[in-house]
Design a protein around this ligand. Structure first.
Ligand code: NDP
Ligand code: KPL
Length: 363
């Protein structure tokens, strides 16, 4: 927890908001259920099996509050009208497809809140340092994300939440929820306090800060030190932070990243030992990157790994351990993706054979 007075919750009574959740996986599903239960007009932009499941049975969340259920409006088209708030809850590599899709939902007062782990594409927007206004190439190579939504409408968020999709539309989250929100400019604006109050009233501890990048770095350190390593070792948080042989690698990545964070003026109020203890206490959770590996899905290595290495490069800070672990995780992720592709192709071929066999026998 931060001692920063700006992090202190401010009590503002929340009026119901029109809230769209874009991407209804682990985080999107958690937010959609909690915000619906708090009386907001929630809609969900979803696709495929998830959309079908939400249309048929709504969303179910098992968390420390118990089990809650919601039936938000759901569509794969942005058919919900102008929103007060849009939470972007797809993986960062899916943002370039998602952002143009939400355009019809964005009015001049809409707050757009990305929830991604890693370095966000808006990092240098109103950052005030020597790289102010630049783009983060690893996540926004051609500046398309920066152009897709007016940067002035973005609010930064950092999610200290662990959640997993059990099956489409069913989410399990086993730790307390905390969301830190902040304007990229650091302003403690009225809209920031309004959205913070809405999230807090939905049973998610919510804090507003005038130094959102400090919190980003805290979470970046957690992600870069565990997510790629979890892909290589298949270790849970408890194992990564607790087993001496893994804890040492985690600590080295933490040290390398802390140096980068401080070069950008971030005040990361964590003591490494406490960080390791808190991480271990999060239990047998498999990081979101390990979950993606197991499903043969793309890994969020650009935002969580490459972008940090890019930030380090700007100050010529070496990150030898981090960069090796990120490369190994990429190799492992590619192998899993190829394996999944082969499996799908084999299943397709078998299906085709089964379909053609009766016809061949009849001939
Ligand atoms: N899970 C966690 O504990 C935490 C995750 N985060 C961050 O939150 C973000 C979301 O992660 P998480 O919820 O775990 O991810 P999930 O993969 O569980 O969910 C992402 C969802 O977005 C959907 N999606 C992607 N693109 C579109 C699109 N164009 N239209 C409609 N739906 C779309 C995906 O659909 P489909 O399944 O079809 O691809 C999927 O349902 C990530 O950046 C992650 O790093 C942050 C803190 C903790
Ligand atoms: C593991 C955790 C909770 C923090 O490192 C996370 O953010 C993730 O799974 O992506």
């Amino acid at each position: 927890m931060s001692n920063d007075p700006a992090d202190t919750p401010v009590s503002t009574s929340p009026a119901p908001l029109r809230i769209c959740i874009a991407g209804a996986g682990a985080i999107g599903g958690t937010l959609a259920v909690r915000l619906s239960a708090a009386g907001h007009q929630v809609s969900v932009l979803a696709r495929g099996q998830t959309l079908q499941a939400i249309r048929e049975g709504g969303l179910t969340l098992h968390d420390l509050h118990g089990t809650a259920h919601a039936r938000p409006a759901a569509d794969d088209q942005p058919s919900f009208g102008i929103q007060d708030v849009i939470f972007l809850c797809a993986k960062s590599q899916d943002m370039s497809a998602l952002l143009p899709q939400i355009a019809p939902l964005v009015g001049s007062q809409t707050m757009v809140i990305p929830t991604n782990n890693g370095v966000p594409w808006w990092y240098f927007h109103r950052e005030g340092g020597r790289f102010d206004g630049e783009t983060v190439k690893a996540v926004d190579p051609d500046g398309a994300l920066s152009r897709a939504v007016p940067l002035a409408q973005l609010i930064g968020s950092v999610l200290f939440i662990t959640a997993e999709v059990e099956s489409p539309g069913v989410i399990r989250s086993v730790n307390p929820h905390l969301m830190v929100l902040g304007e990229p400019s650091g302003e403690m604006s009225e809209r920031l306090l309004r959205v913070r109050a809405a999230v807090e009233a939905a049973g998610i501890e919510a804090r507003a800060t005038d130094r959102i990048r400090d919190k980003l770095w805290t979470k970046i350190i957690a992600n870069i030190s565990t997510n790629p390593l979890s892909v290589i070792t298949q270790g849970t948080l408890e194992q990564l932070y607790g087993l001496p042989e893994l804890r040492e690698v985690v600590s080295q990545i933490m040290r390398e990243t802390l140096l980068v964070a401080s070069s950008y003026g971030a005040r990361v109020d964590i003591d490494p030992l406490t960080f390791l203890q808190l991480g271990e206490a999060m239990g047998a959770f498999r990081t979101s990157m390990l979950q993606d590996l197991e499903r043969g899905r793309p890994l969020e290595l650009a935002a969580i790994g490459d972008a940090v290495l890019e930030m380090a490069d700007r100050f010529a800070i070496p990150m030898p351990i981090t960069s090796a672990i990120v490369s190994l995780a990429r190799f492992r992720g590619e192998a899993a993706r190829r394996q999944r592709e082969h499996k799908e192709q084999k299943e397709q071929r078998e299906q085709q054979t089964q379909q053609t066999q009766p016809a061949a026998r009849a001939a």
